[in-house]
Design a protein around this ligand. Structure first.
Ligand SMILES: [Fe+2]
Length: 151
């Protein structure tokens, strides 16, 4: 197989595992957030995890379309992911700050995958990833606005 396609596959797997970790973290925060702003944070993290979860299956299928296997075990996903899970119970604002930090890691990874996909004429994958970049830019805006100290 073309070496550049192999590189694309490796990067896409890392982006996939990191997206999965990001999804799970947002879902974990949705479940466990507490405090006077519970309804807002619970719903905010709920919308976030659902949006990201909606991309997981398609992302895995893009890996398959490149004739590679999609990772699916917790151990393999954890090994590949650039985003760490969380086991702590922190407040909603801290949760949003952690997700903002993770989201800012994810976006450049996706940009790199998109450029690699284009360079080997994988335009469908490039288009799909381009949409994910835009989705994560929206997430960045919302997380940034949520964590901003005003007044
Ligand atoms: Fe729920």
């Amino acid at each position: 197989m073309d070496e550049r396609v192999q590189e694309l596959i490796e990067e896409l797997k890392v982006a996939f595992a990191s997206t999965y970790a990001f999804y799970l973290k947002a879902h974990y925060y949705h479940w466990n957030v507490e405090g006077p702003d519970f309804p807002q944070y619970h719903e905010f993290f709920g919308n976030l995890y659902q949006e990201v979860y909606g991309a997981i299956d398609k992302m895995a299928e893009h890996i398959r379309a490149l004739d590679a296997y999609a990772p699916g075990s917790f151990s393999r996903l954890e090994e590949l992911s650039a985003i760490k899970g969380d086991d702590n119970i922190i407040n909603g604002l801290e949760m949003a700050a952690k997700l903002l930090e993770d989201n800012d890691k994810l976006t450049p990874m996706l940009i790199s995958v998109m450029k690699k996909a284009e360079s080997v004429d994988r335009y469908g994958t490039a288009n799909f990833i381009q949409d994910r970049i835009e989705a994560h830019r929206i997430h960045s805006w919302m997380l940034r606005s949520t964590t901003k100290r005003v007044g």
